[in-house]
Design a protein around this ligand. Structure first.
Ligand code: SF4
Length: 414
């Protein structure tokens, strides 16, 4: 590795993510011990949450920059002066630096707000990232146009609570208004909406989605459970029956809508009956994609002190049962998408197919969000002239349980 500075952007909100972050830092510490030129910088949520512990336990780290310090990193590197400033509280305003370094992929995340005012009893995020604070609307629009200038084709609007966008600055949500303003780009053709809490899914949102042809019929709506008792203990609202009604309505008003959600299994007090209610809910809801998480007791959260902890073995069994159920639902829903022509955003050209003159490409169909919903692998004539960053018509032939496979069916098109 030639780099002089290695920056590790960490996640620190559940046990598995913390462990992954720590393992990466330890691997780099080992590398550093073999080559003393390298400097290790740790930033992100783990750095914010565990500043003192990291400083004490891993002396190989040269700089720990929590989320309030992450934007000082470049300046400190320029001066070659990495100095820890101690643990700090999360920032009160949204620190906005639109002109960031992008990967060579044709999509980007556009964060519209940071922090969270919800107090889900299992979640450490509000403690780590602070209260909900929006980026001013003109800054979000400016950033979208900057991404457009860089050739980005797809933007994914994100926040911890995306639908709440604007409440802190303007006293009301301006999310739908924002959607209406995100038009007139040279390159951006897809806008995807992620992490919208169920209570922000309403007529106004649907009208705004339909009113902007760039907005994909795709929604990621975190639901977390179906049992009203568990939802209440989680500090969340509603019941499975409310969510089923919402899903049925969404499928009525946008017939081709793709729905993703996340669910936690093994929350304290989750009985066999509660889990059964969740299973029945997942069966009926038929989400296209579902992220399933095993409950992780996080220090400092209300849920970590709740009685009725579910045994690790039961949590694993429930996780596997629900995963198997959702796999069959996702398979069926995705198999229904084969045999058709659809738009695919090409992310990479991956070479020539063995023993043939066909080129291979990796991309995502419009119903696949980046990083979570798999890929679409495409073959095309080696002379087809298709390049990464183009959206191409693709004949989708097969779904293999994770990814789609297909052939180029036309040139770039919307
Ligand atoms: S809405 Fe999301 S980020 Fe906010 S407290 Fe709940 S789980 Fe955490």
């Amino acid at each position: 590795m030639d780099a002089d500075y290695i920056i590790v952007n960490t996640c620190g909100f559940i046990e598995a993510a913390k462990q992954e972050s720590i393992n990466t830092i330890l691997e780099l510490a080992e590398l550093k011990n073999r080559s003393d030129r390298k400097k290790i910088i740790v930033t992100g949520c783990l750095a914010q949450r565990y500043y003192n512990e990291l400083a004490k336990e891993i002396p190989e780290i040269d700089l720990i920059a929590g989320i309030s310090k992450e934007f000082n990193i470049a300046g400190m590197i320029k001066k070659d002066n990495l100095r820890n400033g101690g643990a700090t509280a999360p920032p009160k305003d949204f620190v906005s630096y639109p002109e960031r370094v992008l990967s060579d992929l044709p999509y980007a995340y556009l964060q519209v707000a940071d922090g969270c005012d919800n107090r889900c009893s299992y979640c450490a995020i509000p403690t780590i990232r602070g209260t909900f604070r929006s980026k001013p609307i003109e800054k979000v629009i400016e950033e979208a146009f900057w991404l457009d200038e860089q050739g980005i084709k797809e933007i994914n609007l994100i926040a911890q609570d995306t639908g709440r966008y604007g409440y802190d600055l303007y006293g009301r949500s301006r999310f739908t208004e924002l959607l209406g303003s995100l038009t007139g780009f040279k390159n951006i053709e897809w806008i995807r909406l992620l992490y919208l809490q169920p209570h922000f899914i309403n007529d106004e949102l649907i009208d705004a989605m339909k009113g902007n042809e760039l907005v994909l019929p795709y929604l990621d709506i975190p639901i977390q459970h179906a049992s009203p008792k568990i939802l209440r203990a989680m500090g969340r609202h509603g019941a499975g029956s409310d969510y089923l009604a919402l899903i049925a309505w969404l499928r009525r008003v946008i017939s081709n809508i793709v729905l993703r959600t996340s669910i936690i299994v093994g929350f304290p007090g989750e009985t066999a009956a509660d889990f059964n209610e969740l299973v029945q809910f997942v069966e009926k809801a038929e989400f296209d994609y579902l992220g399933i998480f095993e409950y992780s007791p996080e220090e400092g959260t209300k849920a970590a002190a709740l009685p009725g902890r579910v045994s690790g073995k039961t949590v694993k069994e429930r996780y596997h049962q629900l995963t198997a159920l959702q796999d069959s639902i996702s398979r069926q829903r995705n198999e229904n998408r084969t045999g058709k022509v659809c738009n695919v955003l090409i992310e990479r050209a991956t070479g020539l197919k063995d023993g043939s003159k066909e080129s291979l490409f990796e991309g995502r169909a419009w119903w696949q969000a980046p990083e979570v919903d798999g890929y679409t692998y495409i073959t095309g004539d080696s002379q087809c002239g298709i390049k990464p960053g183009q959206i191409v018509k693709t004949q989708v032939d097969e779904f293999d349980g994770c990814d789609f496979h297909g052939r180029i069916a036309g040139g770039p098109g919307k």
